[in-house]
Design a protein around this ligand. Structure first.
Ligand SMILES: *Cc1c(COP(=O)(O)O)cnc(C)c1O
Length: 381
């Protein structure tokens, strides 16, 4: 017997939603003493000034709506980046901005007379979301939610960007794709890309390009200037990773006022909660605290990379707050479970192009020691 609820849900849920493969979140388990290195959270808390500002904002004002367009925060961000507030949109985390970009710039396939299931005809560019493989696994989900097609283009063997000439030699790059996402520095590989190479890619690509710089504060270069140079380029940033504010959900993007205005039109009315706006503003007033943390995290990252290499791991160079490593002796999935038994949680992404690797977030030096201790014990088994 089919349960009543299943029978009834069939006709009311859109087939696209019924068949959707949703985004797979990193676990947030509540295990006592767990060393949590699986979702790239910052091991250091927000600055004391930021915490005090958030606490001071918790009063009767909570009954009021916040600024619908995060105006005070946009003013501060514009000053920081040497642009105008109308170059900036603030979002409920940068994930919201990525979703808005899909909705604003990409046609659903059936709106242009195509069919998603017609596998052997190339989907029209105006209904295509393009990205590199591997990169942030949310992009294909956002495309699927919108009923858009995807063009996932493989990176080089060493995870570098294909050179312009290789793109041109038919690496299936769609120069007219409505929207291209580039995670830079890349996740989960940790690899940084030279701004000059991103510039060439933006110049050659006609659709909108979003440079997703979630980890850029741990990198040697950033590409913010490209968002102010090209009318079709957006740079997305977040307060989550580098600024220890995952909990508050604040991100922003920078770009040409026409693109930003289009995104403003379709966002939810009060998309960024008031405490998040207050926290992000206070963060921008205390950047030196965070810059010290970046240096600490980078130092821990480099030490951990050396130590893991010494244990036989292939640890790729990283410009982020995580390492992408191919472990010795056991498969990556086995390592995930063996480390978990020892209360160290890392991330394993089971896609064909990432399944031999673990992604390990950089925590404190003590976290790194605990990970190394567990790894040595596993290797002795
Ligand atoms: C974490 C992450 C984001 C999203 O961060 P938010 O918490 O939504 O601001 C975006 N892109 C990449 C590549 C990320 O890793």
């Amino acid at each position: 017997m089919v349960p009543m609820t299943l029978q009834r849900s069939k006709p009311v849920i859109r087939p696209l939603v019924r068949d959707l493969q949703p985004y797979v979140y990193g676990e947030q388990p509540k295990i006592k003493g767990l060393i949590k290195l699986n979702t790239n959270e910052n091991p250091y808390p927000p600055s004391p000034k930021v915490l005090a500002t958030i606490k001071a904002a918790v009063d009767g004002r909570l009954r009021l709506y916040p600024s619908p367009t995060s105006d005070a925060l946009r003013e501060k961000l514009a000053k920081l980046h040497g642009c105008q507030p109308d170059n900036i949109l603030v979002g409920n985390g940068s994930d919201e901005l990525l979703a808005l970009a899909v909705r604003a710039f990409v046609e659903p396939v059936d709106a242009v007379g195509g069919r998603l299931s017609r596998r052997f005809t190339a989907p029209p560019s105006k209904a295509t979301v393009q990205y590199f493989k591997p990169s942030y696994s949310l992009y294909p989900v956002l495309a699927a939610i919108h009923g858009a097609a995807v063009n996932a283009v493989s990176l080089e063997m060493d995870y570098s960007l294909p050179r312009g000439s290789q793109l041109r030699r038919g690496r299936e790059w769609d120069f007219s794709a409505a929207l291209t996402f580039v995670t830079t520095p890349n996740a989960p590989t940790g690899r940084g890309y030279a701004t000059a190479q991103l510039d060439a890619l933006c110049e050659a690509t006609r659709g909108v390009v979003v440079l997703d710089e979630a980890y850029v504060d741990f990198a040697e270069e950033n590409a913010l200037a490209l968002a102010l140079k090209y009318p079709h380029v957006l740079v997305a940033r977040t307060f989550s990773k580098a600024y220890s504010l995952c909990f508050q959900r604040v991100g922003y993007c920078v770009g040409h006022p026409d693109l930003i205005a289009a995104l403003h039109k379709i966002k939810d009315s009060y998309n960024v909660n008031g405490l998040g706006q207050v926290a992000a503003e206070a963060t921008l007033d205390d950047l030196n605290y965070y810059r010290e943390n970046f240096q600490r995290i980078i130092a821990t990252r480099e030490t951990l990379r050396r130590e893991l290499t010494g244990l036989g791991f292939q640890a790729l160079p990283s410009q982020t707050n995580f390492l992408f490593v191919r472990p010795p002796k056991f498969t990556a999935e086995e390592w995930l479970l063996k480390l978990r038994e020892r209360k160290v949680l890392v991330r394993w992404l089971g896609a064909p192009e990432t399944r031999e690797f673990l992604r390990i977030s950089i925590g404190t030096d003590a976290d790194a020691e605990a990970l190394l201790k567990a790894a040595r014990a596993i290797l002795r088994q």
